[in-house]
Design a protein around this ligand. Sequence first.
Ligand SMILES: [Cu+2]
Length: 474
Amino acid sequence: MRFAYAALTIVLCVGCGALPATKWTTAGFSESVEVLPPLQPEKPAPLVVGSTKLEDINPDPKIVEVNITAKKAQIAISPGRTVDMLTYNGLFPGPLLEANVGDRVIVHFKNELDEETTIHWHGLRISDQMDGNPRIQNPVMPGGTFDYDFVVPDAGSFWYHPHMNVHQQIERGLYAPLIVRGPDEPVYAIERYFMLDDLHLVRNKIPSNTNYGVPPTGIHGLYGEIFLINGRESTVNDFASAGRNHLERWRLVNTANARTMEVSIKNAVFRVIGTDGGLVEPYFATKLVLPIGRRFDIEVFFNQVGPAVLQTTDEIGPTGTEQIPLFTMNVTNDAETTLPPVWTVPPMPERTSNKTGTLTFDFTFDANDNVVWMINGKAHNHDPVLTFKKGDTVELTLRNLAPMTPHPFHLHGQFFKVISGESVEPGLKDTVRIPPGGTVVVQAYMDNPGLWMAHCHILEHSELGMMATIEVDP
Ligand SMILES: [Cu+2]
């Protein structure tokens, strides 16, 4: 498949089109401009290596209809370690949901857990009735069912997870990849969707009291001592191999409870081609900061023979760091002829803010000295703290009053551009990290009417109150 793709690229290159591109070279990369043709996405959709795709039971090409069941399962996260987990369809991570922009997606969901749950489609700008908000849809009771039914508006890398008892349900394994493909997507023969996580085990079990037990997790959230990549312990390191000059599209998401992932790739080079809100004008990077919930799409170019290692930074002690290897590509000397696909990047919207708003992220302690997390002075604030009209462009100031922890802010149902603070990068986001004691300003496009959760994605923080509602009037 790889070679067919390479051949296709070369054939199309004859009589080239006129789009500028960044040129890869085997010595590394240069940013010289080269003329390459637009590669038309005449697919089969690329193979997403390592993910199990949900079976589409509807023959209509514009409808994706799937069955998802939440249930307990025993999962081998390494050859010697099996853990009791919660899963979608018995898989960890859950199965890949894949659709094209404009498709209607129907999910027949069944809850075989002992507790209530919902599914939230992280990043999709769909109806709030289908967003998994347990204050809008009825929670799905044990043994109950719910049909999610929505049209996917945007292309990009997304994920799905519950929105109840999240610090337990997501920690125990309920999360899965979601890809929406657009008509003008670059086509790579091979894609990988990497879900990055950390897991805390006590005698090979996930403790049921990870809230606020020992050690207390209310302040910083739960950090795990085991790094996971697509549900496998980082120490296992499932190798893959490819020839030199091989090119792949990787999608990355941070699904941890509390840990910010700082990702780099040793012995390979990469360009960022997308983020939360879809494709961006490609740019080279050496490190990616992924607050919880954030996605990056990257084009990885294996320009060196030997092991190329996807790794994340772990802190050891107050000052030191070490690199945790997550995935290794064994690059062989069989050189490939691979050219990057060229595609049209949708222009970033230029909008002028017509409204402003402020969210402050603060904390207090209750009568028992337990921490309570608040947005605009209130915990679990289900009445709208801010109300806008559909189409408003809002300069939203996010202020973290806590000196000891960041807050990765996630807004449901809308995208925003980061104006100042952290993550001032190309592309639209739905998640941004507000540093301890810091301020981030975003420009939010309130285009999707409804009642929308706005919360910290440190799962212990949102469970302990850091959850508000923003209303967008039709
Ligand atoms: Cu937080």
